[in-house]
Design a protein around this ligand. Sequence first.
Ligand code: NAD
Ligand code: WQD
Length: 340
Amino acid sequence: MKLLVTGGAGYIGSHTCVAAFAAGHEITVLDNLCNSSPEALERVERICGKKPRLVVGDIGDRACVRALLDAEKFDATIHFAGLKAVGESVEKPWEYYENNIAGTLVLLDELRRHGVFNFVFSSSATVYGNPDPANLPLREDAPLAALSPYGATKLWLEEMMRAMAKADPRWHFMLLRYFNPVGAHESGLIGEDPGGIPNNLMPYITQVAVGRLKELTIFGRDYPTPDGTCVRDYIHVCDLAEGHVAALAKVADLPGCTAINLGTGCGTSVAQLVASFEKATGRPLPHRYGERRPGDAAACWADATKARELLGWVAKRDCDAMCRDAWRYQSMNPDGYRRG
Ligand code: NAD
Ligand code: WQD
C-alpha cells in the first residue's frame, strides 16, 4: 500500500515506518517536527535500507495537505500527529484542541475530498478515564471518559469519526487505543526522545540509569494492588508498530468505525517494571517512594481479545525485552538524537 503517515518522525511513528517497510508498504511522512527530529528517519533508513519521503508540514495547514494529496495518491493514512502530554494539556488546553482536533479536521476534510477513506487513528487508553476496577481488563465497550484536555481530544476525535462513518459509508476508521508504549527497536538506533524532563515512567527510568537524572520517584505504594504500586499494560513499541501493520491489512475490509485495544492483556506494577529494568542492566536503579501522583488510576490494563480475533495480532515481547531494548537505545544515545 501507499501510506500517508502523519507524525511519522515521532516515537511510535518511526517504529511503525520500520514495520510498514518490512511489510512492503511505501511511505510518505507528514510531520511538522514539533516534537521530533528528521534524524529518526535517517535511522529508519539505516535499519531498513530505505527512507520514507518526508514532507515537513502541519496537518492543520490546508494548503500543504492539499498539495501533498494532489501530488500523491494514497491507499491509507496512519494518523500519529498530535500533542500528547497530559499535564501540558491542562496548562495549554487551547493548543491541544487546536493542534489535535482542528488539525485532524483539516486532514480528514482533505482526505475525503481526495478519496482516501482508509484511516488508522492513534487513540489511547486515556479514553477509558480512571477505570472502575470492576471493568478490568478493559474491553473496547467499557465506559469512556476524558479526564484532561489531551484525553478529550482523543475522545472527541473518536466521536467525530464514529459520526462521520455513520453518515458516509466510504469511511473505514480504525481507532487503535494504545496502552503504555515503551521500549525501542532492537538495533538501538531508534527510540523515545522526549524533550525536557520526561513525564512517562520508562524514559524517566532510562535517564536515571544513564545518569541524566538522579533518582526515580515511584508515585505511591499504598494502592490496592499486589505490591501497592500502580499497575499498567506496558507494550513494546515494536509490537505496537506491528499492530498497525495488522490493522492496515484489515482496514479495507472493515467499513465504519472500529475501536481496538493495543495492549498485551497483562498488568505490570511500577515496582515490577523497575525490577525488570535492573535485571536488564545488571545494576540497581536509584529510586525512592513518594506521594501518589494526582489523577493516577490504581490499575489499567487491556482485554486484547478483539485485536487477536479481528487483526490476528498479539503482542509478543515481554517486559524484560521492553527494558533491555529501552536501555540499549538510551545507552547508545545518551542525549537522544542530538548525539549518539
Ligand atoms: P511523538 O510526539 O513522538 O510523535 C508525534 C509526532 O507528531 C511528532 O513527530 C510531532 O512532531 C508530530 N506532530 C505533532 N503535531 C503535529 C502537527 N500539527 N502536524 C504535523 N506533525 C505534528 O508521540 P508518540 O508517542 O509517537 O505518539 C504518537 C501518537 O500516539 C500521538 O497521537 C499520541 O497521542 C498517541 N499515543 C501515544 C502514547 C504514548 O504513550 N506515547 C499512548 C497513547 C497514544
Ligand atoms: C506509568 C506509571 C505513574 C513516572 C500516560 C498517559 C496516557 C498514555 C500513556 C497517551 C504510573 C508511575 C511515572 C514517574 C512513577 N499516553 N510513575 N514515577 O500515566 O499510565 O499514562 O501515558 O495517550 O494517556 O496518561 O503513564 O508512564 O506517566 O506512568 O512512579 O516518575 O508510572 O504513577 O503509575 P500513564 P506514565
